[in-house]
Design a protein around this ligand. Structure first.
Ligand SMILES: CC(C)(COP(=O)(O)OP(=O)(O)OC[C@H]1O[C@@H](n2cnc3c(N)ncnc32)[C@H](O)[C@@H]1OP(=O)(O)O)[C@@H](O)C(=O)NCCC(=O)NCCS
Length: 204
């Protein structure tokens, strides 16, 4: 996850296309429930931030999420229908479950993944990989050649996800993240070539 973003006032922000809601048939994990990608809106921020606080030791603030929307960054939620016996996520009036979300920032020929989060109750069911699949398709559609991201060096699940997906380490940012008690943690910089077949990436 990138450090929390500042509002982006550069011209590209207003031209970033919004991801439109779409039912998205999914293999494997999604087979049991219907899901949809829905653009994140101001009204969703309390629910998204509630998940953010559950998922991270150093979560984005609600303002960081709001600034991403203000900047026009593509931000989408992965929502699912409830399964029998399952409650809808707090604050959702449509009766759906917030499975996860991501925030990205388009660049000239790359897309920077700023945040990808799966709600703890729904982790290890393939949702992050599924969101990455969607991001890859969308990014290719924007003409992007690369996906970029930073991840805490000690974030074992996320690094395992990215490595298994084909991202490769291309750098290290020393002391990039706050780590509590005046400590800092390094960020591993990773990229994925969108030109490569499948998910296999090459370092630029
Ligand atoms: C990292 C995160 C997004 C993964 O989401 P997820 O939906 O559980 O991941 P998936 O089920 O799609 O897993 C895909 C692969 O990632 C790896 N992986 C995911 N979670 C893992 C874990 N806890 N331990 C080891 N490997 C893990 C595995 O290779 C997994 O494949 P497998 O299940 O076939 O072994 C999720 O743990 C999360 O939201 N964590 C907190 C927020 C965060 O750290 N985000 C990333 C910021 S850079």
């Amino acid at each position: 996850m990138a450090q929390s973003p500042e509002p982006d006032t550069t011209p590209h922000a207003s031209r970033v296309p919004v991801w439109t809601p779409a039912d998205w048939p999914c293999a494997d994990a999604a087979a049991a429930r219907r899901i949809a990608f829905v653009p994140m809106a101001e009204a969703d921020l309390d629910a998204v931030h509630a998940v953010e606080k559950l998922a991270y030791t150093h979560p984005w603030t609600r303002k960081h999420l709001a600034d991403s929307l203000t900047s026009g960054y593509p931000a989408v939620m992965l929502l699912g229908e409830t399964l029998p016996g399952e409650a809808a996520s707090p604050g959702r009036t449509d009766g759906r479950v917030l499975l996860g979300y991501l925030v990205a920032m388009p660049g000239v020929d790359e897309v920077h993944l700023l945040n990808i989060t799966v709600a703890p109750a729904h982790q290890r069911q393939g949702w992050a990989r599924f969101m990455l699949d969607a991001l890859v398709l969308w990014s290719r559609g924007q003409g992007a050649q690369w996906l970029w991201l930073e991840v805490r060096q000690g974030n074992v699940p996320a690094r395992a996800l990215y490595e298994s997906y084909g991202f490769v380490q291309v750098g290290l940012r020393r002391g990039y993240y706050p780590a509590g008690s005046f400590q800092r943690e390094d960020a591993v910089v990773m990229s994925l070539s969108l030109a490569a077949r499948g998910h296999g990436g090459e370092a630029p």
